[in-house]
Design a protein around this ligand. Structure first.
Ligand SMILES: Nc1ncnc2c1ncn2[C@@H]1O[C@H](COP(=O)(O)OP(=O)(O)O)[C@@H](O)[C@H]1O
Ligand SMILES: [Mg+2]
Length: 293
């Protein structure tokens, strides 16, 4: 891979570190070009996910400078690959476990980012209702063909869950550029304590609460109770402004999405995705139970 990149990018590559954080079967690699590091993402042009890489490039170039995201240095097609070259970020994913100092700075960074991205700098993007609304659901579909291993609580509450899961759409519209895929592996905290947001491949325009609220299932996965996870967002304007039933609907939609997806066969080249989705579905279910009990 290193020689491929050296040959096709026309630069000598001194060292390469493959980044395994995400779930996309493309290349994600930090490259040492001889004292200067860059981060390269690439995927074959014919791959079904290539369009996401192009969306990411189109979004990254439009982000205002104040947004804490690595600068896209170059993008284009090279030798049959869609290639994106970013400034490198030396950092680690935030630790969202209870008591972690990363939580406060992550919440503050996402809250500030949302304000910078309102009004959206990319007015022609589709709305989040159109983008995320297509996949962020599951209970109605699960009701049509009931999996044998569906839990008792889910089975008993299926009609309620199927009703709830579309309610977040009633609060989804807005004039903020929403990242749409906020989770620890798309965040990097530098040694100086700066939170950088990467992987802008699922953007949409919508209500400001969505990105910050996406931390909640991940806080629960990291060991928070649902109540404690929500408490970490206290005082964030976008969170405080959302009608409660919109958030309850959002929790149910995530629970339905992950419950549905975790039961699909493994996609080729992505071995750990379903196990992750099973854990995520448990967290989102705990959140939904907390909000509906
Ligand atoms: N600019 C960057 N500098 C250093 N590492 C990065 C950079 N952008 C992303 N990464 C790392 O690479 C991983 C995969 O990149 P990401 O853009 O999230 O792609 P994927 O589509 O595979 O999720 C991230 O989880 C992160 O750890
Ligand atoms: Mg990612």
């Amino acid at each position: 891979m290193r020689s491929f990149l050296a040959a096709h990018l026309g630069v000598p590559v001194v060292a390469a570190q493959v980044q395994g954080g995400g779930f996309t079967p493309g290349i994600a690699v930090r490259l040492d070009l001889g004292g200067e590091w860059v981060f390269v993402k690439a995927i074959p042009v014919g791959h079904p996910l290539a369009a996401k890489y192009r969306t990411e490039a189109a979004t990254a170039v439009r982000l205002p400078r104040q947004v804490p995201a690595p600068r896209l240095r170059w993008h284009g097609d090279q030798a049959g690959w869609v290639v994106l070259i970013f400034d490198d970020v030396a950092g680690t994913h935030p630790d969202l476990s209870p008591g972690s100092p990363d939580i406060g700075i992550t919440v503050a960074a996402l809250s500030a980012m949302t304000e910078i991205l309102t009004p959206t700098p990319a007015g022609d993007l589709p709305s989040t209702s159109a983008t995320r609304g297509r996949w962020l659901r599951g209970w109605a579909e699960l009701s049509q063909s009931l999996p044998d291993d569906l839990g008792d609580w889910e089975r008993r509450h299926l009609p309620v869950l199927a009703d709830l899961e579309s309610r977040w759409l009633g609060g989804a519209d807005g004039s903020t550029l929403v990242h749409g895929d906020i989770r620890p592996d798309n965040l990097l905290i530098t040694s100086a304590g700066t939170v950088m947001v990467v992987d802008w491949a699922q953007p949409g325009n919508g209500a400001a609460w969505q990105d910050i609220t996406d931390l909640i299932p991940h806080l629960i996965m990291a060991g928070h109770t649902p109540q404690a996870a929500e408490t970490t967002l206290t005082g964030v304007p976008a969170w405080e402004a959302v009608p409660p039933d919109v958030i309850t609907g959002y929790a149910a939609a995530y629970a339905g999405y992950w419950t549905r997806m975790a039961r699909r066969p493994d996609p080729p080249g992505v071995p750990h995705l379903r196990a992750y989705q099973r854990r995520a579905s448990q967290a989102a279910l705990a959140w939904t139970k907390y909000r509906t009990s």
